[in-house]
Design a protein around this ligand. Structure first.
Ligand SMILES: *Cc1c(COP(=O)(O)O)cnc(C)c1O
Length: 376
């Protein structure tokens, strides 16, 4: 081992390419000299932070010199109450990203176990598996981005530690009926954990038809991930949680870094759970905006996939600039959306639902791009 060549790090790390995040507003303002830039790229809450949460965070800023209480017991209790589950099932983390990482590292032995997911999918499952040196197997989604369970099950064997399924799915917005996922859970070997990543579940039109969370206790091999990054509007504070079989939850608590959820995130999470009216307003704005955007994009000639999440995946019209240029042209006009090349979908784009005003600005820009040659 050297300290200068490629062998200065583990082989898994040497070949690593980092997560591709959405571009930031500051970056684009500086690059194009724009006074106003809107970001509809990272599925954040368009209403921002709840005013109640903001007050609480400000009030607790003076406590930043203290370590958080080990195990975040108040937040865990509040989440257990919120979902009607036993506290022994709840683990909180630095975003659900941390919980994905912990699940891989806690369950999968490198060289022996494998992890199964669909492709394309949220890249953190693949990145953390690779970092861990664990084999990742991926089943192609169907042509229409629905789930091919047979293909998925075809990759599962006795050495499969985890199966990750995102519902509603990112980047397509596809949301399978709960019954499908129940069948999948029953078809998996008893030792394989089905992890349902429900980061966007509360945006679904009818959550009860899609979420298995209320039936979690009936399945010994199922876990659900949720996050405060989307509907709760706390992406920058990093807070997510897993609802797990109690034994596994206990193991995750043993290995989680002791203070990965900081005191401001904890207080913000508690306040956000208590602010029902902000969440209701968020859900109303998202569901309405999703309709507006979807109708507007179709009117422009885009192909839009049905979505139960707070974003839409679409293909620009055939006579408009191709996806990459469509995206770049929007950037020049001060609108950041998400190209999907990093998901292996270079012809497609994803836009997050914005405020009413942002949605209008975005649709106007799309109209302009679809009508004539590239603007700018
Ligand atoms: C946004 C997102 C998350 C949430 O990640 P955090 O680390 O909680 O911010 C999880 N899964 C998927 C599929 C996502 O798109």
């Amino acid at each position: 081992m050297s300290l200068t060549g490629p062998d200065s790090v583990r082989p898994e790390v040497e070949a690593f390419t980092p997560y591709t995040p959405g571009l930031s507003i500051d970056e684009i303002q500086a690059r194009y000299g724009l006074s106003r830039v809107i970001k509809m790229a990272s599925n954040e809450n368009p209403l921002g932070v709840s005013p109640q949460v903001r007050t609480v965070v400000e009030r607790h800023a003076a406590k930043a010199f203290r370590y958080p209480q080990g195990g975040n017991p108040r937040l865990v209790a509040a989440l257990a109450r919120h979902h009607g589950l036993d506290v022994a099932r709840v683990v909180v983390g630095n975003g659900s990203d941390e919980l994905i990482d912990l699940l891989v590292r806690t369950r999968a032995v490198p060289g022996r176990h494998n992890v199964v997911a669909f492709t394309p999918c949220f890249s953190i499952y693949a990145l953390q598996s690779r970092f861990c040196g664990v084999e990742l197997r991926q089943a192609r989604l169907r042509e229409d981005f629905s789930f091919d369970y047979e293909a998925l099950l075809g990759l599962v064997d006795a050495a499969t530690a985890l199966v990750f399924v995102t519902t509603p799915d990112n980047p397509s917005g596809y949301c399978p009926p709960a019954a499908d996922l129940k069948q999948l859970a029953r078809a998996l070997p008893a030792g394989c954990l089905l992890v349902l990543d429900e980061a966007y579940m509360d945006f679904a039109e009818d959550e009860s038809a899609h979420s298995l969370l209320p039936e979690l206790h009936a399945f010994a091999n199922m876990a659900v991930l949720r996050t405060f990054s989307k509907s709760f509007g706390l992406a920058g504070l990093r807070l997510g949680y897993a609802l797990l079989p109690p034994l596994l939850a206990d193991y995750l608590w043993r290995v989680r870094l002791p203070f990965s959820v900081n005191i401001l995130a904890e207080e913000a999470g508690l306040a956000a759970l208590g602010d029902a009216s902000f969440r209701e307003e968020t859900l109303r704005v998202i569901r309405k905006g999703r309709e507006t955007l979807s109708r507007g994009l179709r009117a422009v000639g885009c192909h839009v996939w049905p979505s139960q999440a707070n974003f839409l995946m679409f293909r620009p019209p055939a006579d408009a600039p191709p996806a990459r240029d469509f995206f770049e042209n929007l950037l020049r006009m001060g609108i950041i959306i998400r190209p999907l090349a990093s998901y292996g979908l270079p012809d497609l784009l994803r836009v997050s639902v914005g405020t009413e005003e942002e949605n209008v600005l975005f649709l106007d820009a799309c109209n302009e791009l679809a009508r004539g040659p590239a603007a700018g």
